[in-house]
Ligand binder design. Structure first.
Ligand SMILES: [Ca+2]
Ligand SMILES: [Ca+2]
Length: 183
């Protein structure tokens, strides 16, 4: 593994003189790959009442869907991450090994099927009346959630966060979710 530091990293030690980190052998560091991923993945958008939007590629039905956004600078392998609609069961559905690139999106179909083939299908659906929705990392930490519930949803209007400002917003039409396929 190679590690590099930005020229203007601003890292210092904790002494009063704040000696700048130079990467030389006089320093030690610990690399924790879990620090960034747990805070940079969000549920960016979802659809709980799909009347005329994205179709399930397996059977052509219009289904609930959830979009995940990786706001970090590293790709994330989702193996072992979870999505859940139950705050008392944070490991309800587990992702297979699928990679989301840095600043990439992944679309998950919330069909209740847990379809194990080509596309991602959760074992739960989204309640139009509103319910809990969470994204949980392999260590059980909540990375993104709508708590205690997301608000009641309208047909063909998706709900989500601005991927830059992380604010909740209603997203008209909803059909612009970035559809992602994987093999
Ligand atoms: Ca639904
Ligand atoms: Ca549900």
């Amino acid at each position: 593994m190679q590690i590099a530091w930005a020229p203007n990293h601003g890292i210092t030690d904790s002494s009063p003189s704040r000696n700048p980190f130079d990467g030389s052998s006089g320093w030690t560091y610990n690399f924790n790959p879990n620090v960034t991923r747990s805070t940079q993945l969000i549920i960016s958008e979802f659809m709980a009442d799909n009347g005329s939007g994205i179709k399930d590629p397996l059977d052509g039905k219009r289904v609930d869907w959830i979009e995940i956004y990786n706001g970090g600078n590293l790709e994330v392998n989702m193996a072992g991450w979870h999505l859940t609609d139950d705050a008392t069961n944070l490991t309800k559905w587990t992702f297979p090994a699928v990679v989301i690139p840095s600043h990439g999106f992944l679309l998950v179909y919330a069909t209740g099927d847990n379809e194990p083939t080509r596309y991602l299908h959760t074992n739960f659906k989204l309640d139009t009346a509103g319910e809990y929705l969470g994204l949980v990392d392999p260590d059980g930490h909540i990375s993104s959630e709508f708590s205690p519930t997301f608000p009641a949803q309208s047909t063909d209007v998706s709900y989500g966060r601005d991927a830059v400002r992380f604010e909740h917003r209603w997203l008209l039409c909803g059909g612009d979710a970035r559809q992602t396929e994987f093999d």
